[in-house]
Design a protein around this ligand. Structure first.
Ligand code: CTP
Ligand code: ZN
Length: 153
C-alpha cells in the first residue's frame, strides 16, 4: 500500500530518508521553532522502501545552506535533499558527511582547550564512519562523540 502522508510542495526543500525520530532535530538545525513563519510539514515514523521507518521534513520557500547540510549529515547521513521548483524536483542529492567540522560541535570534555573560555579556540572534530555509525573525534583532545545530536551547537 502506498499512502501519501504529506502533500507535495510547490517551491522549497524536502529532506527525505531522515532516521526515524530525528525530524525534530532537523527542524532545529534549520532554525524552525515556535513562532517561525515558514510553511513546514513533517512526518515521523512513516513507511519507507529503503529504511524500515523514516522521517521527512518539507519546508516551503527554504534554501538550505552548506552549513545546515553539514549539520544534517551528522544526524541523518543517508538523507536525500530534494530541491523543488514549481512542483518539480529540480535537484536531488544525498547529504555528504564532511571529513572535519569546525565550530559545529561542542567537546564533551570540560578540560578540552576548545572549552576554555579564555582561549579563542574554535572546536574541530574529525568525522568518522564505521558500518552505519557516525562518530566525531575531537582534534584537540581525542574525545569521541557517539551521540552527535547532543553536542551540536
Ligand atoms: N516531493 C514533494 N513535493 C514535490 C515533489 C516531491 O514534497 N512537488 C517529495 C516527495 O513526497 C518525496 C520526495 O519529495 O518525499 C522525493 O520525491 P520522489 O523523488 O518523487 O520520491 P521517491 O522516488 O520515493 O524518492 P527517493 O528515490 O529519493 O526515495
Ligand atoms: Zn576536546
Amino acid at each position: 500500500m502506498n499512502v501519501l502522508t504529506i502533500s507535495k510542495i510547490k517551491d522549497g526543500t524536502v529532506i527525505d530518508h531522515i532516521p526515524s525520530g530525528k525530524a525534530l532535530e532537523v527542524l532545529r538545525i534549520l532554525g524552525i521553532r515556535r513562532g517561525s513563519r515558514e510553511r513546514v510539514s513533517m512526518a515521523m515514523n512513516v513507511e519507507s522502501k529503503k529504511m524500515k521507518r523514516k522521517d521527512i521534513v518539507k519546508v516551503e520557500g527554504k534554501f538550505i545552506s552548506e552549513e545546515e547540510l553539514n549539520r544534517i549529515s551528522l544526524i541523518a547521513p543517508d538523507a536525500t535533499i530534494n530541491i523543488i521548483e514549481n512542483f518539480e524536483i529540480r535537484r536531488k542529492f544525498r547529504v555528504r558527511i564532511p571529513e572535519r567540522v569546525e565550530g559545529l560541535l561542542r567537546c564533551p570534555n570540560g578540560n578540552c582547550i576548545s572549552n576554555d573560555g579564555k582561549e579563542p579556540v574554535t572546536s574541530a572534530f574529525r568525522i568518522e564512519k564505521s558500518e552505519n555509525l557516525v562518530f566525531a573525534v575531537c582534534m584537540y583532545c581525542g574525545k569521541k562523540i557517539y551521540e552527535i545530536e547532543e553536542y551540536l551547537v
